[in-house]
Ligand binder design. Structure first.
Ligand SMILES: Nc1ncnc2c1ncn2[C@@H]1O[C@H](COP(=O)(O)OS(=O)(=O)O)[C@@H](OP(=O)(O)O)[C@H]1O
Ligand SMILES: Nc1ncnc2c1ncn2[C@@H]1O[C@H](COP(=O)(O)OP(=O)(O)O)[C@@H](O)[C@H]1O
Length: 197
């Protein structure tokens, strides 16, 4: 079973940038990797993200999609705000080898960066939904990792993400090896009983 690397955080924190770089790296290493960006996923499936209910539905759909790709043996990298802790709990319960990465950035830096102009729009009163400005963003309670994009350079953040992904892949391999070692030998009473079934 391959891991799913789930990048969550506020708009503009760096999920898409870091997720795209990770995808490029994994692709170059020969992994069968799929990058799912919530923004693109919602647009191409005609999903709006106007209400909290919409966002729960969108995250459910993203998780289902990641699960279906994982079942095909793909390594999924997901970038989605995932603002509520309940969404993350569902991820933990339903996605095998789920690795939650909080792409953390202060609101002050987000307002300075404002690559999409969303924070300026909110300030002008031209936008009425924005996590941590108008809408709730629950502080992640138990992420596997945190990447502080307002503290480290883009290259450093990318390296942190790459390394934690390689750790997750190593754990996956360890699990596979241990699992194989623990499999019954193709003889003996256990195997005979299994064959008889
Ligand atoms: N309330 C609120 N706060 C912040 N951003 C918002 C919001 N509603 C919609 N958007 C925009 O929709 C993009 C996808 O949102 P999400 O990543 O949260 O996905 S989801 O629709 O909730 O599943 C999201 O993409 P990113 O900017 O990449 O985070 C935003 O551009
Ligand atoms: N350390 C960093 N890590 C990631 N992105 C950074 C960093 N420093 C600056 N940025 C910039 O912040 C912006 C993040 O945008 P984006 O990746 O679209 O965020 P999100 O997908 O979370 O909305 C990009 O313009 C990126 O170049």
């Amino acid at each position: 079973m391959t891991p799913t690397i789930w990048l969550l955080g506020l708009s503009g924190s760096g999920k898409t940038t870091l997720g795209s770089l990770l995808r490029l790296y994994l692709d170059g290493q020969g992994f069968d990797v799929e990058f799912i960006d919530a923004d693109t996923f919602c647009r191409s499936n005609g999903l709006s993200a106007a209400t909290p209910e919409d966002r729960v539905r969108n995250t459910d759909a993203l998780r289902d999609y990641a699960l279906s790709l994982q079942a095909q043996g793909k390594l999924c990298v997901v970038a989605a705000a995932t603002p509520y802790e309940s969404m993350r709990q569902s991820n933990r319960a339903m996605l095998p080898m789920y690795r939650e990465v909080w792409v953390r950035c202060s609101l002050q830096t987000l307002v300075q960066r404002d690559a999409k102009g969303l924070y300026a729009k909110a300030e002008r009163g031209d936008l009425s939904t924005l996590d941590s400005v108008f809408d709730a963003f629950d502080e992640p309670r138990s992420p596997h990792s945190i990447i502080d994009t307002d503290r480290y350079s883009l290259v450093e953040c990318y390296e942190q993400l790459r390394d934690l992904t390689l750790d997750a892949l190593a754990q996956d391999r360890e699990w596979a090896d241990t699992g194989r070692r623990m499999l019954p030998q193709a003889s003996g009473p256990f195997m005979n009983a299994a064959i008889a079934l």
